[in-house]
Design a protein around this ligand. Structure first.
Ligand SMILES: C[S@@+](CC[C@H](N)C(=O)[O-])C[C@H]1O[C@@H](n2cnc3c(N)ncnc32)[C@H](O)[C@@H]1O
Length: 227
């Protein structure tokens, strides 16, 4: 399935940053293979297929989890939910593994690649909540197509999200917020249920949000329901 990546224009930046320290290298070598999702070309996949669970459990998806702080915190808060996190950046994956390992979190699986591949592979109506938080803003007009939230990915999200499922978005970039609100307002399958500069009641802070606030930028928070 790796080769399919080339069929897409690249949305994300680096896949690897600084060399990993010893502990994170070990986690990538030993823990990641147990949590990593590998897709089979052309084969649909249900989230539940990647967890050894007898009873049916809801599945939540985080796209672009960065250092994994939000994903790990949500997984800890909701031990009965199955979490899939997608991010192509290996150093972020290593940081997520560190959180999972330290907190003994068992209900997370990792897709270390472009989330569009996962959205194409997931079975229809299989996701009950999806987070796209502080996505790369791609502020230049000529890069609009690289923004994760856009007409094509909203179609992909609408297909995999269950009726009533929530798509949670946040950004500190005004142009991106406007763009996302515009795209969602004209999409037939989503309705806005929350839009505010105040985080929703059940909000969990992300690393990027913390940085944005420290730098004096003001995040904006949105929830959309799949009709
Ligand atoms: C600005 S960071 C935000 C990280 C995190 N959500 C936070 O708030 O701290 C954006 C993240 O999205 C990831 N990303 C970008 N394009 C992606 C894609 N197509 N699929 C999955 N992740 C992607 C990047 O690797 C990066 O980790």
């Amino acid at each position: 399935m790796e080769s399919k990546e080339n069929a897409f224009s690249r949305l994300f930046g680096r896949r690897k940053g600084r060399p990993l320290r010893v502990r994170k290298t070990r986690l990538v070598q030993e823990l990641l293979p147990r949590l990593l999702i590998t897709l089979q070309e052309g084969a649909p996949t249900s989230p539940q297929a990647h967890f050894m669970k007898d009873e049916p459990s809801p599945a939540w998806l985080e796209i672009g989890f960065g250092g994994g702080e939000h994903l790990a915190a949500q997984a800890k808060l909701h031990p009965d939910v199955l979490f899939i996190g997608c991010d192509p950046f290996l150093n972020g994956v290593a940081s997520l593994l560190d959180h999972l390992d330290r907190d003994g979190i068992q209900n997370v699986r990792v897709f270390n690649n472009d989330a569009r591949l996962m959205l194409n592979a997931l079975t229809e109506s299989s996701i009950e909540r999806c987070f796209v938080l502080f996505a790369d803003p791609w502020p230049k007009k000529r890069h609009v197509e690289r923004r994760f939230i856009g007409p094509e990915n909203l179609d992909r999200l609408a297909r995999v999200m269950k009726q009533g499922a929530i798509l949670r978005l946040a950004s500190d970039h005004e142009t991106l917020v406007e763009w996302m609100r515009e795209c969602l307002s004209i999409h037939a399958d989503f309705t806005c249920v929350y839009a505010s500069a105040e985080p929703p009641a059940d909000w969990v802070q992300t690393r990027y949000q913390e940085k944005a606030i420290k730098a004096g930028r003001k995040p904006f928070f949105m929830d959309y329901r799949r009709k």
